[in-house]
Design a binder for this molecule. Structure first.
Ligand code: SAH
Length: 378
């Protein structure tokens, strides 16, 4: 490792890269060449950006410029095809990102509508085993929100990720999987470690880089929040934004405050008001996530309470049976209980889906991201 101060280019947008080039006495189009080499070419080394003159590359290196993608520190492959990446940032901090391929008529990740699946041909002569994939990325090192059922919460929050570190996770995973959007269909969910709305500016900047640079349309992105109410309104005003998912997890304040302490600051009335006011686009729906904890929030009457709570909002409910982990005191409900809960909501007219757990065997599923160097296998 060199001791000179390094400046990461990943994170800079087209305008910033162009200004940098112009300031260095280069023509403005060098900015676009850099932008494309980083986000589309995913060239990890400045030396390899062949569209730039050799002398310019040399000068940039001397000035301490690096591309700065997160590095793959470790990689765990699940029996279901899911891959959990442990990614190292420049300062040695690590976060996790998850690659979830979907194929042969399987369920889609959160980035795509369940309804569209029925149109997919069950067999495809694709050379790949998947026809679309979802990448789940992190927004912070650790998390400050302290949800009682989530492993990431046990870490506390170490720091925010920069826009480049958030978007860079996608570049690193795409490069590792040799995937090229937009030709290859990739969905993105901001549902990894951290609370995106507590790192709002960097999160939104990363969205722009991912749309403009990497080429993933925002309609294929979903961000999930534990319920940072003021940011939900800000997010609704963004001209370019992913879809919104809200982690509800309980049908009343008493229970929600117990399992999600942030509910004491932003309670269900405030949260649901923000959800009702959220400006949805044509055909867009909100998602409410609901982690089912055995014997805690998964009773029939709680399903009915939940239906009343969300009634009238153009939304669907995603049920997630608890993914267990060390230090988590809750249990996973039986499949029967999960189906019963779903059928009550559906019977009340609320579109409700069960999120299939991905990569539980490698601790890659929702609420299991902890940035451990070991495999985490049971
Ligand atoms: N902080 C954001 C982004 C994380 S998304 C948020 O809370 O929404 C992670 C999703 O997984 C959330 O919906 C969360 O409620 C859910 N989750 C957390 N721990 C879980 C666990 N142990 N099992 C299943 N889902 C869990």
């Amino acid at each position: 490792m060199s001791e000179t101060k390094e400046t990461a280019l990943v994170g800079l947008n087209l305008q910033q890269l162009t200004e940098m080039m112009v300031e260095a006495g280069e023509p403005a189009y060098r900015g676009r060449q850099l932008f494309e080499a980083i986000y589309q070419g995913r060239t990890g080394r400045i030396d390899d950006i062949s569209t730039l003159p050799r002398e310019l590359r040399k000068k940039m290196l001397e000035d301490g410029a690096v591309v700065g993608f997160p590095r793959v520190r470790n990689k765990f492959v699940s029996t279901d095809g899911t891959v959990r990446y442990l990614l190292a940032m420049a300062d040695g901090q690590t976060v996790e990102a998850v690659w979830m391929p979907e194929g042969d008529g399987g369920e889609a990740g959160d980035g795509s509508e369940a309804g569209s699946l029925t149109n997919d041909a069950p067999t495809k002569e694709a050379s790949r085993k998947w026809d679309r994939a979802t990448i789940c990325i992190s927004s912070q090192v650790g998390c400050a929100v302290d949800c009682q059922f989530c492993l990431t919460a046990l870490l506390g929050v170490k720091r925010n990720l920069s826009a480049g570190e958030i978007a860079g996770q996608v570049c690193t995973v795409l490069e590792n999987q040799d995937v090229r959007p937009p030709q290859d269909r990739v969905n993105l969910v901001f549902m990894g470690m951290g609370e995106p709305f507590l790192n709002y500016e960097n999160f939104m900047q990363s969205v722009h880089l991912l749309v403009d640079g990497v080429g993933i349309p925002e309609s294929r992105m979903t961000v999930s929040t534990a319920g940072i109410v003021p940011r939900i309104a800000d997010f609704g005003n963004e001209p370019v934004r992913p879809k919104l998912a809200i982690s509800l997890n309980a049908p009343n304040d008493e229970l929600r405050s117990r399992i999600m302490p942030l509910n004491r600051k932003w309670n269900l009335e405030m949260l649901l008001a923000a959800a009702r006011e959220f400006p949805l686009r044509p055909r867009e729906r909100l998602t409410f996530e609901y982690v089912l904890l055995d014997g805690i929030n998964d009773a029939a009457e709680q399903a009915r309470e939940l239906a009343e709570l969300v009634r009238g909002i153009r939304a669907k409910v995603n049920l997630i049976a608890l993914n267990p982990g060390p230090g988590i005191s809750f249990g996973t409900p039986s499949a029967d209980r999960v189906l019963k809960f779903q059928s009550i909501l559906v019977g009340q007219g609320i579109p409700t889906f069960i999120r299939r757990p991905r990569g539980r065997d490698i601790f890659a599923a929702c609420g299991q991201l902890k940035a451990t160097a070991d495999s985490g296998s049971a």
